[in-house]
Design a protein around this ligand. Structure first.
Ligand SMILES: [Zn+2]
Length: 166
C-alpha cells in the first residue's frame, strides 16, 4: 500500500452499510474503529470492482479511513449536529500511525493526506472540491491549508509513541 487518505463520512456518528462499503476503516464518536467490508489489500487491484471506493481517481494502493460525522456541514459556522469530536480525531490519528507502520508508509504530503488535499493535487478527478477535511471542529482556528500538515504532525507523534513503547 502506498498511501492513506483521510476522510469524514458526511454521515452521522454510526457507520452505515454504504460507508462500510466505501472505507477500509471508520472511527465512530466513541473512538471505536470499525473495519469496512474491504481490506486495504483489496485496493491493490481496482479492476475487479471489489475494493473500497473512497477517493475518485485515487483508490489504487490507497487506504481509506473516515471519521464518522459531519452530516449537515455547510461551513465552519454551520457544522451540523455531528461535528468531529476530539476523542474521535485522536483515535483516527493513532490508527493512521499504526497503518503507516503496518504497511511501511513514509509520512509525507503525498502519502498521508486528506481527501481535500487529494482533490487539490488532482483537479481533474471527481475528488476535486471535496470538503473532507477542510475544517476540523475540535481545532477551529486551523485554516484549511494547515490541516494536512497538522494531521501529519499528529500521526508522526503517535508513530513515535508506538516505536518507543515497550
Ligand atoms: Zn472523502
Amino acid at each position: 500500500m502506498k498511501k492513506i487518505i483521510i476522510h469524514w463520512t458526511g454521515g452521522n456518528y454510526t457507520p452505515n452499510e454504504k460507508e462500510l462499503e466505501s472505507y477500509h476503516f471508520i472511527v465512530d464518536n466513541c473512538g471505536k474503529i470499525h473495519a469496512g467490508n474491504y481490506t486495504p489489500l483489496d485496493n491493490k487491484n481496482c479492476y475487479d470492482g471489489k475494493y473500497a471506493k473512497h477517493t475518485g481517481g485515487g483508490n489504487t494502493n490507497s487506504i481509506g479511513i473516515a471519521i464518522a460525522g459531519m452530516f449537515g456541514y455547510k461551513n465552519k459556522d454551520s457544522v451540523g449536529n455531528f461535528p468531529i469530536t476530539r476523542l474521535q480525531f485522536e483515535a483516527c490519528m493513532k490508527k493512521v500511525a499504526e497503518l503507516t507502520k503496518t504497511y511501511g508508509i513514509v509520512i509525507s504530503p503525498q502519502t498521508v493526506l486528506t481527501h481535500y488535499e487529494f482533490g487539490l493535487l488532482h483537479p481533474k478527478t471527481s475528488s476535486a472540491g471535496k470538503p473532507d477535511i477542510e475544517f476540523l471542529p475540535p481545532f477551529p482556528k486551523l485554516k484549511s491549508s494547515e490541516i494536512g500538515d497538522f494531521i501529519r504532525q499528529k500521526v508522526k507523534w503517535y508513530k513515535n509513541k508506538i516505536n518507543f513503547s515497550p
